[in-house]
Design a protein around this ligand. Structure first.
Ligand code: FES
Ligand code: FES
Length: 153
């Protein structure tokens, strides 16, 4: 069994060697999880596994049996209200093409769950495995700072 965004999925043995990133996108249609390098370098496939940010292209389903997974589709409110991190990325202008954004947001969320008031340096450290080809990173750091202030005033 694997739980994704609160829904349980039975995993037959025939899927054990399927990559988590591929399963999320192709079987569950959760295409917010992006695949770019597919070798664990860029961070665009990041999801939360039991609250920790992990690269889903480096994991097979057999590696994550029994876990709770959160994808970018799972963090907004049920009524569609964006998560404060998603809203902050918009407000700070931290998105250009948007390809890196789901991974950035989930890595930032993993940080904010354990550190409610991170410094800019701690934010940089937490996001160092997430590559953005567009923004130059400053607005991304601004967005995470903004979200932290909103979430933990
Ligand atoms: S696609 Fe997984 S780290 Fe790049
Ligand atoms: S916004 Fe384009 S890769 Fe980050």
């Amino acid at each position: 069994m694997i739980t994704v965004n609160g829904l349980e999925h039975h995993i037959p043995e025939t899927l054990y060697e399927t990559k988590l990133s591929t399963w999320l996108r192709e079987d569950l249609a959760l295409t917010g999880t992006k695949i770019a390098c597919d070798i664990g370098v860029c961070g665009s496939c990041t999801v939360l596994i039991d609250g920790e940010a992990k690269r889903s292209c480096k994991l097979y389903l057999k590696d994550v049996l029994g876990t709770q997974i959160t994808t970018i589709e799972g963090i907004a409110g049920e009524d569609g209200t964006l998560h404060p991190l998603q809203q902050a990325f918009i407000d700070a202008g931290a998105i250009q093409c948007g390809f890196c954004t789901p991974g950035m947001v989930l890595s930032a969320l993993a940080l904010l769950m354990i550190n409610h008031h991170p410094t800019r340096s701690e934010i940089r450290q937490a996001l160092k495995g997430n590559i953005c080809r567009c923004t130059g990173y400053q607005q991304i750091i601004d967005a995470v700072e903004m979200a932290a202030k909103h979430m933990y005033p």
